[in-house]
Design a protein around this ligand. Structure first.
Ligand code: XMP
Length: 384
């Protein structure tokens, strides 16, 4: 920072103590992180009092800008494919692009075999009845699970799923080309800013090597010869902002309030080989019990994300009069505002006991339930 200038100069610098030197201002490391005491107040003072920036950023402006950006990117004639995952992000991205392009948008929902309990049926109903988005459903579970068989490394799993997704989209584009007489050249994705941050080196950092935390399937996991130009209208937004944008676009509230679900689906919640016998089926049942209990206790909206994790280990138990050697599952529930940091949710003991008893009684092959009490950092939200 050049302190010789008489002009007011402001910047936010990690690791520099709050001080004022020759009209230069700096503030402490990571004021935006929820855990930083008075972090928001520091940012407010910095932006509004010191930098004299006005708070004129509005979601309506974002919507107008993004509609214009989609028009500019896709042009007047081209067609676009959008992959709906059943989550909030892709639904909001699709609704926005549908508003911009109308029937030049072609939505596809891929059942890759990694969906939650009855997810395909539930999502299909929401798209058709509430979002009024025509969607083609593709059952690609066999081909995706075949690619995952035997893979245990989390990054390898992510990359395999990403590559298969793209192969499926290319097939879909070929079908559309036959029907429309022109090949869709664009792919809409609900990529958010945290996906970008965690998959790439920070912008302007000049880092040659990424400090990749994980290859989010829609950022780091894409092949170089994609064959589509990406349209990512949510790329600069955080989850809470996407929910506000969705509300502005008329996406129904219960859908917007759904907990986030990661693109690679249950593959990041079955540790190790996703195709291990019974793993996905067991996980679906456990997850459904946990989420239903959370809803019944009126806690769903107080939690950012809750889910079950299937562990590739067995432990000894006793059920009835018999010794068992059965699966262990973990439960995870966190509070967060943007998924970048998170705290574990403090359920009361009676709730956890009830969930654990129900799971062990109702899900064959599970004899032990653990509750994850790690925050992010040091853990991430998903186990992978
Ligand atoms: P982590 O595990 O990184 O997760 O703390 C932060 C949030 O991101 C979600 N997540 C993903 N979402 N594609 C997505 O669309 C992905 O590859 C992906 N990986 C993690 C995760 O569920 C949490 O909400």
């Amino acid at each position: 920072m050049d302190c010789s200038t008489t002009q007011r100069c402001v910047c936010i610098t990690s690791g520099v103590c709050a001080q004022e030197v020759c009209h230069s201002h700096a503030c402490p490391a990571l004021p935006q992180v929820t855990h930083t005491e008075c972090g928001l107040d520091t940012l407010r003072r910095f932006l509004f009092d010191i930098a004299s920036i006005s708070a004129d950023w509005s979601m309506a402006n974002v919507l107008d800008e993004q509609l214009a950006a989609v028009h500019a990117c896709v042009g007047p004639d081209s067609h676009t494919i959008c992959a709906l995952s059943g989550g909030v992000d892709s639904a909001v991205a699709a609704t926005l692009v549908h508003r911009a392009l109308g029937d030049r948008l072609h939505c596809v929902f891929v059942d890759n075999g990694l969906l939650r309990y009855k997810e395909r049926e539930r999502v299909e109903a929401v798209f058709l009845e509430h979002l009024h988005l025509p969607v083609t459903i593709i059952d690609a579970s066999e081909r995706t699970l075949a690619k995952l068989a035997g893979l245990t490394d989390p990054e390898a799993k992510r990359k395999a799923i990403g590559a298969e997704f793209i192969a499926i989209f290319r097939d879909f584009a070929t079908q559309l080309e036959l029907k429309l007489g022109t090949r869709p050249a664009f792919l809409v994705q609900g990529t958010l800013y945290p996906d970008v941050i965690e998959s790439c080196p920070p912008p302007g950092s000049n880092q040659k090597h990424s400090h990749t935390i994980k290859s989010h399937h829609n950022v780091g996991g894409l092949p170089k010869d994609l064959g589509f130009t990406l349209v990512e209208p949510l790329r600069t937004l955080f989850k809470d902002e996407v929910r506000s944008l969705g509300a502005l676009l008329g996406v129904p509230k219960p859908f917007l309030e759904r907990h986030p679900f990661p693109g690679p689906g249950l593959a990041v919640r079955v540790l190790g080989d996703v195709t291990a016998p019974g793993a996905l089926e067991t996980l679906r049942q456990v997850d459904e019990i946990f989420i239903n209990k959370i809803r019944a206790a009126g806690l769903y909206h107080r939690i950012w994300q809750a889910f079950a994790v299937f562990l590739p280990i067995r432990s000894v138990g006793v059920q009835g009069d018999c010794r068992t050697h059965a699966n262990v599952v973990a439960l995870r529930a966190v509070t967060s505002s943007d998924g970048m940091t998170a705290d574990w949710f403090h359920f009361d003991g009676a709730f956890l006991a009830d969930v654990s008893n129900t799971i062990c009684n109702e899900v064959r092959g599970v004899n032990r339930v653990c509750y994850d009490i790690s925050s992010k950092p040091p853990a991430t939200i998903e186990w992978e």
